[in-house]
Design a protein around this ligand. Structure first.
Ligand code: BGC
Length: 779
């Protein structure tokens, strides 16, 4: 290892801090090994070199790959083995595409259902999110492909994602927002962690010694490399000192330039650089080589992968309501309404967008199973079309269905304009054109079965007026076939929502305190995130955390709790007539606490009439609490209630247990907290005080500010921003400004700190231009 470093000149060492192009680490002209990266998380978005330079900003141009269900969908499976299989299957494609490190999974907490990127994340619960992330990582890394766990941390909104400042106290940060990362790091040691764009408590996460060194390395024992999100390295010297190992993408010399200025005189920079250089070379040695010599799509078993995508989707989709109308009678005549049955919505927009081969839609898939279909589009599947010209035909079809007493399947959901990277939603409503049509169809008295698509909670206000609701989430390329298998009953739905579906965004714990025009966002709700809030405050919700129905029924009995072993076991019986799987959940509530917490879960498949003894292993922290004096999780002896539930609100078995101080410690394993950890108190102090970020104005603008804020105060910058926007719209082949792939670029130009534009524009935006704009803005 040391040999490699001694071969590098000072210039090369500084260069090694930055990637080459958009997707590679530096190889110093072949002197050292390097590795290549690609998005992630629910499939490979491998951009070819030519496309990269020609259309870097066009996220939708990538090689054909399998699009698996997105993380919010996968999480609804509550199935650890599926997550591990997902990691493994994507790794097989990475091997054939010469990708060494896949940029995923994402395990940010869903603080609000409105975050535009929630579809890329697992859950509002840290234990569930961390456990599933660890399974994905272990599955992928077992095949020699590295992962990049993202986005570390408190990246809970998309608006102003590069300047927003998440202000969060120590207990909340540790118990809720850091915990999924901690679980994944301890259980799976990802090859890398991607540090997020935003600030936390007034400092950029990417430049936070507290987060990157104190917590990640010292407290959790992280061994891999810290990669910046693309364009998140603001102030290379500070980021390096904080513990960043690799800044992405290529800054065309800008980062080296910043380091050169201090290299000779700053010993900390030299020492730190040597340390992170070592880690990057080590990562390259370890992960480069998982792939084949030549990129070759023909070696990918797309047929098998598509089948896996279908199996994942059918195990994850959630039956939210069913009064007996589902499954559909075999080979019957059905009416289908909604453009989304034809042009299906199966993934979100942004850097996770996968280019797939064409696959059958729901109409084709239902037909293939022998259903006779009367289809009316009603509203178009085209994301920009809000016209009602298809309504008349749809109403006719619905009337006919009502008269003939057969159900109407209404397909609806969020279009690409609603959820994607770089922007958030304003409310949880479905597109108006869809709800207008749905209301008219319901008013006719038709028997409606709603089939819904979205990566995050939507307003299912029609729940009481329809006979069934099947929520497919964004379930990947096998979406059409998955709908057909579930609706027909070939597969019994077994998904349960890994997040709460509230009645309204106004009911959510951070309402009014999420993604505003200002950077400073106070996480005032503290640990009351998701169900923790709804349970503590007793707030009615549309569908509670962990809820999901089945075509069969289950019975729970004979609860046994073993505190020492951290084990809960019970008998689970399938009491219905069809095979089905049940996601059992174990919640634990300490006496006096105002909410229960998920501490274990297990999914079990049962034949009709079959009983199995299910054992659920509990979180190592099941009987611990975070202590802000010890700056760690500490044993919390006392009285606890162990609750086994079909959801957080449907508890079927419970038992009180007394946990002694000794028992609360639990068994120490590699995954438990580092008991030898000695916190750096000064770092804790500074990180949790003075947490507000001072926003800059004319006279104080720096390269860490963005064009949008500068434009508010400077006419000249306003003009520049307008011109840039025009150029972008022109260069993106006439797409509308509402197109998600355009939206993400436009928001990046307005909202990214200027320094970030240097690396993400691939050299178009230069250091010189940046200094000129800052001067202009301050004039
Ligand atoms: C996203 C990351 C992604 C990276 C590379 C960023 O804008 O936030 O999730 O991995 O781009 O495409």
């Amino acid at each position: 290892m040391a040999d490699y470093l001694t071969q590098l000149s000072d210039e090369e060492r500084m260069r090694l801090f930055n990637g080459v192009g958009s997707w590679n680490s530096y190889d110093a002209g072949g002197k050292i090994p390097s590795f290549s990266m690609s998005d992630g998380p629910h499939g490979l978005r491998k951009q070819d070199a030519i496309q990269e330079t020609e259309h870097y900003a066009d996220l939708n141009r990538s090689r054909v790959a399998t699009c698996f269900p997105t993380s919010s969908c996968m999480a609804a499976s509550w199935d650890k083995s599926l997550l591990s299989e997902l990691g493994k299957t994507i790794a097989e494609e990475a091997q054939c595409q010469q990708v060494d490190v896949v940029l995923g999974p994402g395990t940010n907490i869903k603080r609000s259902p409105l975050c535009g990127r929630n579809f890329e994340y697992f859950s509002e619960d840290p234990y569930l999110a961390g456990t599933l992330a660890a399974e994905y990582i272990n599955g992928m890394q077992a095949l020699g492909i590295g992962t990049s766990l993202k986005h570390f941390t408190c990246n809970n909104q998309e608006k102003r994602r590069q300047t927003s400042n998440s202000i969060v106290n120590e207990k909340t940060l540790s118990e809720i927002y850091l915990r999924p990362f901690e679980i994944a790091v301890r259980k799976a040691q990802p090859a890398s962690i991607m540090v997020s764009y935003n600030k936390v408590n007034g400092e950029y996460a990417a430049a936070s010694k507290f987060l990157l060194t104190e917590v990640l390395r010292k407290k959790w024992g992280f061994k891999g490399i810290v990669i910046s999100d693309w364009g998140a390295c603001i102030g290379a010297v500070n980021c390096l000192k904080a513990g960043m190992s690799l800044a992405m993408p290529d800054s065309n010399g800008y980062f080296s330039h910043q380091l050169e200025k201090v290299y000779k005189d700053d010993e900390e920079v030299r020492t730190k650089l040597e340390e992170v250089n070592r880690l990057v070379i080590e990562a390259a040695q370890k992960w480069n080589g998982g792939h084949q010599q030549e990129a070759d799509n023909s070696k990918i078993d797309f047929v098998a992968h598509h089948k896996a995508a279908l199996r994942f989707a059918t195990n994850a989709a959630v039956l939210l309501k069913n009064d007996g109308v589902l499954p559909l009678p075999e080979k019957s005549k059905i009416t289908v309404i909604g453009g989304m049955a034809a042009t299906m919505k199966f993934q979100g927009g942004g850097s996770s967008h996968i280019t797939t081969a064409p696959h059958p839609n729901a109409l084709e898939s239902l037909k293939a199973l022998g259903y006779e279909i009367d289809f009316a589009e009603g509203y178009s599947g085209d994301i920009r079309d809000t016209s009602e010209h298809g309504f008349a035909q749809a109403i006719e079809a619905a009337k006919k269905a009502a008269a003939e007493k057969r159900p109407v399947l209404f397909f609806c959901g969020l279009t690409e304009e609603f959820e994607g990277e770089g922007f958030d939603r304003e409310n949880i409503a479905l597109p108006e054109v869809q709800t207008k049509l749905l209301d008219q169809i319901i008013a006719l008295g038709a028997d409606v079965i709603a089939v819904t698509f979205s990566g995050a909670p939507i307003d299912i206000y029609f729940a009481d007026k329809v006979r069934a609701v099947l929520h497919m989430y964004l379930c990947g390329e096998a979406c059409g076939e998955a709908c057909a298998e579930l609706l027909s009953g070939r597969v019994n739905p077994s998904g349960k929502i890994a997040e709460t579906f509230p009645f309204s965004e106004k009911d959510t714990p951070c309402y009014g305190n999420f993604a505003g025009e200002e950077d400073n966002i106070e996480y005032k709700e503290g640990s009351y995130v998701g169900y923790r809030y709804y349970e503590a405050k007793n707030i009615p919700v549309r569908y509670e955390f962990g809820f999901g129905l089945s075509y069969t029924t289950f019975e729970y009995s004979n609860l046994k709790v073993d505190v020492e072993k951290r084990e809960v076991s019970f008998d689970l019986k399938n009491t219905g007539a069809v095979k089905g799987a049940e996601a059992s959940q174990v919640y634990i509530q300490k006496e006096g606490a105002d909410y229960p917490e998920l501490r274990g879960f297990e999914k079990t498949l049962l034949e009709p009439g079959e009983t199995k003894r299910v054992t659920v292993n509990l979180d190592e922290n099941a009987f611990k609490t975070y202590d802000t004096t010890a700056h760690n999780f500490i044993p919390d002896a006392g009285e606890y209630t162990i609750k086994v539930g079909m959801s957080v609100r449907k508890i079927v078995l419970e038992q009180k247990v007394s946990v002694s101080a000794e028992q609360a410690v639990g068994q120490t394993s590699a995954n438990t907290e580092n008991t030898a950890y000695i916190p750096d108190l000064a770092l804790y102090d500074s990180f949790f005080t003075n947490t507000f970020y001072e926003q800059h104005h004319k006279g104080t603008f720096t390269s860490a500010d963005n064009l949008g804020d500068m434009a508010k105060e400077s006419f000249a910058v306003r003009v520049i921003l307008k011109i840039i926007n025009r150029i972008i719209l022109f260069s993106m082949r006439g797409k509308s400004k509402d197109d998600p792939s355009v939206k993400i670029v436009l928001s990046a130009i307005a909202e990214n700190p200027l320094e970030s534009l240097i690396s993400i524009t691939n050299g178009i935006f230069t250091e010189k231009l940046m200094s000129r704009i800052v001067r202009m803005a301050n004039r």
